[in-house]
Design a protein around this ligand. Sequence first.
Ligand code: ACO
Length: 401
Amino acid sequence: VVDIRKFYAQTGKFTYDPGFTSTASCESGLTYIDGDAGVLLHRGYPIDQLAEQSSFMEVAYLLLNHELPNKDELDKFTYTISRHTMLHEQLATFYRGFRRDAHPMAIMCGVVGALSAFYHDSTDITDPQQRMIASHRLIAKMPTIAAMAYKYSVGQPFLYPDNSLSYTGNFLRMTFGVPAEEYEVDPVIEAAMDKIFILHADHEQNASTSTVRLAGSSGANPFACIAAGIACLWGPAHGGANEAALNMLREIGHPDRIPEYIARAKNKDDPFRLMGFGHRVYKNFDPRAKVLSKAATEVLDKLGISDPVLDTARELERIALSDQYFIDKKLYPNVDFYSGVILSAIGFPTTMFTVLFALARTVGWVAQWNEMISDPDQKIGRPRQLYTGPTQRDYVPVGQR
Ligand code: ACO
């Protein structure tokens, strides 16, 4: 009998690293994270500066093209994106095939995957120009796809894009506007939404980005790769956490009930976790959560909304951060903890939260995918395994078993 674990250990051929806690899967020049210091940089620029001072279109350009755009480059890029916001008319029939109460992430997975059936011309991944067109198409069409998923769920007619509006303004109009009425984009909501998009644009080799890269490493077309990323993002341990975090805060309902939930989170026999808390990489604080914590107060104040959920969130953060369990395990609020409070104030149902995350993360996904395909040393991703099944044995005919 061969002790396979011993064999692997002796030959030293494999690194066994479940969850990839210490294995780099690629080289990347997009995003730098120092989890101990709470630092997140996109091509060298701190996330808080980008969130406070730039726009989502600037960040998209930066991630795709390595440098921040000058005014002319930004105008051209924004124009190019606006030219791709329409969806093939036949895609509308896809929506009608879903149940009205389908989760919008299910719809998004299906519709984005189907894009490759409509845009054959940009599936030639060997041509850098076609890759860029596919990237622009994906960035441009995601708001339309997301807004249509929302409209379908509430039974309202789809709205065509209005390219005279900003990327984010256009998305808000397609989501909340109705054909019979003028829709005026509220600058407070537009700015908050744009900030949320910036904060979700990229985050190095997280599960969904690694999924996009792994799918892309086989030469799969970009639309299929992004659909794979969306599927991965949906999980409650990843992008689905913003929905779960707000649901949890609503369930807690009042700051008085927080100790009960803290006790549950600490109880090893209870699978419950504080949603929106903890991160694989950030072990000090999540810089995105800091920006959003401030933005939550600003947005609710400006909109004149008083939401008890925000009080519950603040109190939960205060209690958890002074609790020895959370201190020892280095668990801090992550980007998902406050984003839900803002999105809910804007008027999105919780089921749309992860959809908005996917919309923004598409920028990072396509930039990472382009970076990988452009690398001349790129290989198909093919992890090995540590085999734990039986050693070799002989087949026994069914009647003799
Ligand atoms: N509440 C309570 N305990 C927690 C939490 C939490 N939110 N997160 C981690 N822990 C505990 C675990 O029980 C574990 O305890 P143990 O060492 O006694 O077994 C320890 O902290 C380490 O947890 P792991 O799951 O091993 O840490 P990992 O780095 O694998 O997980 C993750 C990170 C998935 C984010 C985790 O913290 C979690 O489930 N958080 C809640 C979900 C969430 O908010 N996800 C969003 C992540 S950010 C994003 O995707 C954009």
